[in-house]
Design a protein around this ligand. Sequence first.
Ligand SMILES: NC(=O)c1ccc[n+]([C@@H]2O[C@H](COP(=O)([O-])OP(=O)(O)OC[C@H]3O[C@@H](n4cnc5c(N)ncnc54)[C@H](OP(=O)(O)O)[C@@H]3O)[C@@H](O)[C@H]2O)c1
Length: 290
Amino acid sequence: MQVPTKSLKNGFEMPMLGMGTWKMWGTTTRDRENDDEQDIRALKYAISQWLTCIDSAEMYAGWYSEILLGRAIENTPREELFLSSKVRWDNCSYTAIKNACRNSLDRLGVEYLDLYYIHWRDARFSLKDAMRAMNELVDEGLIRYIGVSNFSVESLQEAQKHSEYPIVANQVHFNLMYREPEVSGLLEYCQQNDVMLVAWRPFEYGEFSIPEAQSLLDTVSQKYSVSHFQLALNWIMNHENVVTLFMSKTPENIDENIWSIWWKLDSKDHSALSKNFPNQQSISNAVPLW
Ligand SMILES: NC(=O)c1ccc[n+]([C@@H]2O[C@H](COP(=O)([O-])OP(=O)(O)OC[C@H]3O[C@@H](n4cnc5c(N)ncnc54)[C@H](OP(=O)(O)O)[C@@H]3O)[C@@H](O)[C@H]2O)c1
């Protein structure tokens, strides 16, 4: 069964749940001790279960992530996948973006990306020049849509001002615990301005399930007969204009997470989680909006 999509008024559409690849094959550099084949098998398993939205980045595992992701997708028809990648924040001159995208495509072994993000904003580069490069990549058919990541409302507005094509997505840290998009007004801005908010780190690496949250998580998850992890994903996707990406190397966890899609929190439980989840943080501990 295909994962349902969410769409924008401008025609952009993407699956509401996808797989990330951060910490597969390494972090910012390749981990030579890592079991690469296990990670490839996990992605192939996810694809076989119709989890066909996969997110990568130039920076992950020092380029190596895109090469191994290319192996995981090589037998899947391109049109069945929704592939995204990101240009490194420190590689965002006009020329560097044009080259980076071509290099990502080569490593992945595909002819286009569905979505290409600027990984985060770096003041050393002109956003006007960066958006010109991103727009040309659309014209050249190398990317279908333009996204940004970790952009504040102000940076997103500036990017929008310089782009002929719509900025369809902003990929940011958002989960039950980390609420910067909500607190800063970014979530509302995306909802009102036809931008998809792509939430990363939905489980805070599993740390969302803190002792202080057990009673709330137990009460709500038991009502729907779901796990804490399924609840964490469903709460995110239950927001208008919000989709999410998780990473998992474990087929059982992938199965569990997929079953976050086929049910819906009612508004009372959604609000209870939004308001009462303990230890909420208003700024990302990893990549704050800028
Ligand atoms: N744009 C950005 O700046 C940015 C930053 C960070 C992340 N991201 C993207 O967002 C994606 C997701 O975030 P993330 O990988 O940082 O964190 P995450 O998805 O919140 O956490 C991944 C961890 O959760 C575990 N897990 C997954 N499902 C589970 C389940 N059902 N039960 C128990 N444990 C489970 C995984 O272990 P197992 O492998 O054992 O399942 C893995 O260790 C990334 O992979 C990346 O693509 C983007």
